[in-house]
Design a protein around this ligand. Structure first.
Ligand code: HDD
Length: 717
């Protein structure tokens, strides 16, 4: 069908917007050059030898080439972010699918179909820049929109709530969470005394602790986690009318998690697991995608929700306010340079555009100060907005001048306003036509250093979260509390945590406490300073959207390991591989050595990885083809461990022909006479049954995990 003129114009405007940022970045880019020069452009004659007084004599101070290299190296590190230090990012675009003109005047939210360039950085919160990706933690999800009215940053996370209600407690939270100051341990972990000491004395953290101990804190991939703006923000339309708004990013691939055992092993096997996953997906053209969802709330009706929207320890259940889908986020380009882009990018919840405003959430209000301050230090001065990744795509002009690393050459005599010396445009100030307008709230109250009593409910939403979890998810939460508390050395801290948990759910508290030799005491918790018990009614008893169970969404980008040795029968394997590829999954051949193995028909099968460099935790499923190779694998401890571990982690296992022997050797009842094992697909090599085998394997993989396997504790992996 021919496109309408309007549609063609819209598309060309959208691609212009995207090209603008890319073009700007390219003007700062440099590819490899053949001739090495100094930073001053002087050609370097020899890059191996310093200038010496004789071939065996001392190096001369005048060697400006050596000096420049060494001195540059000595300054190549900048301070890491005080939180969210560990992260990586990608470029992409945001496409509006529904005009929001009724709610906001923000230019990039007006016209359905318009596209805005974005840079997104994902991170962990507590670990250092070199820590592992898969630790138990909340993940930062920060989006910079390069809009035509200035940069807008949505600096959120994969959890919709936070530990504390007031920014005043943020430094305390971080000091308690980061490695303990006397010995600098542990790295990137909440499983230690100071974290739980603080948390147990701050009952307002109860809701966030439930999320942190849940599978949400162990995402399978950044591409498979939700994002949230956390705070309540405001949309303001052209007439000045304002609504509260909550932001949601919903991943197209569904929400999926790692198991704790996997996460820990991955931290050693591949500490870069999440950043590698993002990089490879984009490099292979599997562009990650999220829907933008909004909960828009009439400000006059907010009080009727039964909790305070300004309290960042609360979420708005979707049963009370449905999520409206308004756009999509697509990441389609890896950075050219990790440092210049992911490290130097400066996000700030205070970067808003006309039409988006803040609420009085006291946590958000504190953030508005903290980010600029942190970046002034981290990026070395007041001109970090001039770094390529931080530059807006719209013109900017003001009379701020000078400072470290200033790149702009502001022309003219005048750097103040009002003035009469510059030409007309220099001194113009917009009278509010285009400019940012704050919502004209009226405040008539005394100054107080006190929280509103509407912030006193510390447990009801933690209970709602617990009620919303599946049986398996609940088991994981209990196990996580037990793990963390078992690492806490001071018994009184463990006791305080389980006492608090008794206010979330009595059964949860008992289950956590029992193996720790404790018994929860709800009354003791209630007697402690800082405890508030307003006996609030749950906003809803349970909210299904808070569970990740049954969140299928296909097998695109899932990774399947094919274990092979010489003599492997590849007939059925090829059919399964094709079906997996058609569904967007990736197969990797794993063997004892790199190179290739001889197949049963005398051909060569190329090997991608060896058992030394990968293990089952780096894959979503395992496939063991038939042929003489099965016997060779059964005698290889690494291959045996690979399959056992995948079995224990409830992953799909496909076994073809003689491969079944391997399962039997491992004590996994399979094949004739044995009952079917959930998620274990058995197939034959003969051509008629190959298609069915492929179909079954793909269907089982789409279930992601097979929790109903029995007696998993007995599996030695
Ligand atoms: Fe923060 C970084 C998210 C509360 C102070 N924060 C930072 C980043 C994310 C968040 C995603 C990394 C941005 C990037 O990728 O560069 N922060 C959150 C969320 C919060 C939150 C979702 C709760 C709703 N943060 C918070 C508070 C304060 C800070 C209450 C201080 C009052 N955050 C910072 C910071 C960081 C930061 C110190 C570290 C370096 C930086 O900003 O540039 O300013």
């Amino acid at each position: 069908m021919p496109q309408s003129k309007q549609e063609t114009q819209r598309k060309s405007k959208a691609s212009e917007a995207l090209a603008a940022k890319q073009k700007q970045l390219e003007s700062f880019s440099q590819g490899p050059e053949s001739l090495l020069t100094t930073n001053q452009g002087v050609v370097i004659p020899d890059n191996h030898n310093s200038l010496r007084a004789g071939a065996r004599g001392p190096t001369l101070l005048e060697d400006f080439i050596l000096r420049e290299k060494l001195l540059h190296l000595g300054r190549e590190r900048i301070p890491e972010r005080v939180v969210n230090a560990r992260g990586a990012g990608a470029h992409g675009y945001f496409e509006l699918t529904r005009s929001l003109v009724e709610y906001t005047r923000a230019d990039f939210l007006q016209e359905a179909g318009s596209r805005t360039p974005v840079f997104v950085r994902f991170s962990t919160a507590s670990g250092a820049r070199g820590s592992a990706d898969t630790v138990r933690d909340v993940r930062g999800f920060a989006v910079k929109f390069y809009t035509r009215e200035g940069n807008y940053d949505l600096v959120g996370s994969n959890v919709p709530v936070f530990f504390i209600q007031d920014a005043m407690k943020f430094p305390d939270l971080l000091h308690a969470w980061k490695p303990e100051p006397h010995h600098g341990m542990p790295q990137a972990s909440s499983a230690h005394d100071t974290f739980w000491d603080f948390a147990s004395l701050m009952p307002e953290s109860s809701h966030m602790l439930m999320w942190l101990m849940s599978d949400r804190a162990l995402p399978r991939s950044w591409r498979m986690m939700e994002g949230f703006g956390v705070h309540t923000f405001r949309f303001v339309n052209a007439k000045g009318a304002s609504h509260f708004v909550k932001f949601h990013w919903r991943p197209k691939l569904g929400r999926h998690a790692l198991l704790w055992d996997e996460a820990q092993k991955l931290a050693g096997r591949d500490p870069d697991f999440h950043r590698r996953d993002l990089w490879e997906a984009i490099a292979q053209g599997h562009f990650p995608e999220w829907e933008l969802g909004l909960q828009v709330i009439d400000e006059a009706k907010a009080a009727a929700l039964g909790f305070d929207l300004l309290d960042a320890t609360k979420l708005v259940p979707e049963e009370l306010v449905p999520v409206l889908t308004v756009g999509k986020l697509v990441l389609n380009r890896n950075p050219d340079n990790h440092f210049a882009e992911a490290e130097q990018v400066a996000f700030n919840p205070g970067h808003v555009v006309p039409g988006i405003d803040f609420s009085s959430d006291p946590l958000l209000q504190g953030r508005l100060v903290a980010y600029t301050d942190a970046q002034l230090g981290r990026l070395g001065g007041p001109n970090f907005h001039e770094l390529p990744i931080n530059r807006g795509v719209c013109p900017f002009h003001n009379f701020q001048r000078d400072g470290a690393h200033r790149m702009l050459l502001n022309k003219g005599q005048v750097s103040y306003e009002p003035n009469s010396l510059a030409s007309g445009a220099e001194s113009r100030v917009d009278g509010g036509q285009q400019g940012f307008q704050s919502v004209p709230d009226e405040f008539e109250s005394p100054k107080v250093r006190r929280r509103s009593p509407s912030f006193d409910d510390h447990f009801s939403q933690a209970s709602m979260f617990w009620n919303s979890q599946s049986a398996v998810e609940k088991d994981h939460i209990v196990a996580a509390f037990q793990y963390e508390l078992s690492k806490v050395e001071v018994a009184a801290i463990r006791q305080r945590v389980v006492d608090n948990l008794a206010h979330v759910d009595a059964k949860l508290a008992r289950k956590v406490a029992e193996p720790l030799g404790l018994s929860p005491d709800a009354r003791a918790a209630a007697g402690r300073a800082g405890f508030r018990d307003v006996a609030a009614r749950l906003p809803v008893e349970a909210s299904p959207a808070l569970s990740m169970e049954g969140n299928g969404n296909g097998i695109a980008t899932r990774r399947v390991a094919v274990l092979v040795a010489s003599g492997v029968e590849v007939g059925a394997l090829r059919v399964v591989q094709q079906a997996l590829q058609d569904a967007g999954a990736t197969c990797r051949v794993v063997a004892a050595n790199l190179g290739s193995v001889a197949t049963a028909s005398g051909q060569q099968l190329a090997v991608d990885h060896t058992f030394c460099t990968v293990s089952s935790v780096m894959f979503d499923a395992v496939l063991v083809p038939g042929g003489a190779s099965a016997q060779v694998l059964a005698a290889n401890g690494d291959a045996v461990h690979f399959v056992l571990e995948a079995y224990r982690h409830c992953k799909t296992i496909g076994v073809i022909g003689e491969g079944v022997q391997l399962l039997r050797t491992l004590g996994i009842g399979a094949g004739e006479g044995s009952p079917a094992v959930p998620g274990v697909v058995l197939g034959r090599n003969d051509p008629p049954s190959r298609a069915q085998l492929a179909q079954e394997f793909v269907a089982e993989l789409a279930r992601h995990r097979h929790w109903s396997r029995g007696n998993l504790e007995a599996v030695p992996a």
